[in-house]
Design a protein around this ligand. Structure first.
Ligand SMILES: [Zn+2]
Ligand SMILES: [Zn+2]
Length: 371
């Protein structure tokens, strides 16, 4: 049963009297755009199936006539069943049908070397400044003995009898696009077109060997925990000279017990004693750039926040830096000597409501001016 209720002509964007060539062209254009492997459009898969169904119905004169006369209902009663094909096969079908790659050069990437994942841990301070790190990865490299062809030097290679050296076998296949000749890799020689009598002893014929490699990684200032850095072409070697894969380095930024990072801002806490908070103090506060002197006014309250503009993390691949916010904490003594206790009691005796009166802000001053 047809899965789409949309008008087939509308789906393909062609007029009702479009000829075979126009329909084919329209389908090709849409298929290129909507294939789920290449399209960012959220409903690409559904739409891709719809245009395939529309193309299948309209490319066959019999089903097209049925559709023109009686619409979807006509097709259903006429026994039309769109093929549900595996989207993974569509690239092959497409190239066979149109004689070209659906995705441009992408299919050539099949023999490209695989990517390698690596991980490094850095300090927050390194993330703030940016740094150069070294990471060790084990990658497949082209075998030095056989230069990647997998043949022991000086031994014979014969042409594959099954495919005659082409590495490919052709067969007739049926698909949504009709009948066509499909080409597959020859199973006897694995697509190489040749039979190797003596595989290279160094790499057992694989053409590649494993090698440990130390790579330098440039960590950009402002990097966030969990971001990845790609080292292009440093991954596994490709088959027979194809492009190497990439190395993806996952960067973990170790938490720094002095700071909490939130985006590009840094938060920290400063402890004032009750006396420092009451009479004022000058304290050194740790920042990403080292210690900074901060003045605290007499009567500084717990919970106050001092903002150090531009002292936070650098903006990754941008300009400027976030802020550093210092939260004031006032520590209350836990163990007092007899003398200290006596002094504090004496202090309390000399205190009254005025001692703890809130600081008069602008509004307060205004009010007292009218009093
Ligand atoms: Zn080798
Ligand atoms: Zn073969």
């Amino acid at each position: 049963m047809a899965t789409s209720d949309h008008d087939y002509y509308e789906l393909l964007g062609v007029s009702r009297d479009a000829d075979e060539q126009e329909i084919k062209k329209a389908f090709r254009r849409l298929a290129r755009r909507l294939h789920p492997d290449v399209s960012d459009e959220p409903d690409a898969e559904v739409r891709f199936r719809e245009i395939s169904e529309a193309y299948e119905a309209l490319s066959n004169p019999e089903t097209r006539q049925l559709y023109d006369r009686y619409g979807h209902a006509g097709l259903r009663s006429g026994g039309f069943t769109p093929r549900h094909f595996n989207l993974g096969d569509i690239g092959d079908l497409f190239s066979a049908f149109f004689g070209e790659d659906l995705f441009g050069g992408m299919r050539g990437a099949a023999a490209r070397g695989a990517d390698v994942a690596a991980q490094i841990e850095i300090e927050l301070a390194d993330a703030a400044r940016g740094s150069k790190e070294r990471v060790t990865v084990e990658v497949a490299v082209t075998c030095r003995t056989c230069k990647g062809d997998g043949v022991q030097p000086g031994t014979n290679v014969s042409t594959c009898p099954r495919c005659g050296g082409s590495g490919r076998l052709q067969q007739v296949a049926r698909s949504v696009f009709g009948e066509f000749i499909s080409t597959t890799a020859c199973p006897q020689c694995g697509g190489s077109g040749r039979l190797v009598e003596h595989p290279c002893e160094t790499c057992n014929g694989a053409g590649r060997t494993l090698e440990e490699r130390a790579l330098d990684v440039e960590i950009p200032a402002g990097i966030h925990d969990g971001q990845r850095i790609r080292l292009s072409g440093e991954g596994h070697a490709g088959a027979l000279g194809a492009r190497s894969g990439d190395v993806y380095v996952l960067v973990r930024v170790r938490p720094d017990e002095r700071f909490v990072r939130e985006g590009n801002d840094i938060f920290s806490q400063v402890d004032l004693t009750i006396v420092q908070a009451a009479v004022g103090a000058s304290l050194q506060v740790e920042t990403l750039d080292g210690e900074v002197d901060l003045e605290f006014q007499p009567g500084t309250q717990p919970g106050e926040v001092r903002v150090l503009r531009g002292r936070g993390m650098p903006v990754l691949q941008g300009f400027g830096r976030g802020d550093h916010r210092v939260l004031v904490n006032v520590t209350v003594p836990r163990r007092l000597t007899d003398e200290q206790r006596k002094l504090l009691r004496e202090f309390e005796r000399l205190s009254d409501a005025e001692t703890y009166a809130p600081h008069e802000g602008f509004l307060g001053k205004l009010k007292s001016a009218f009093r």
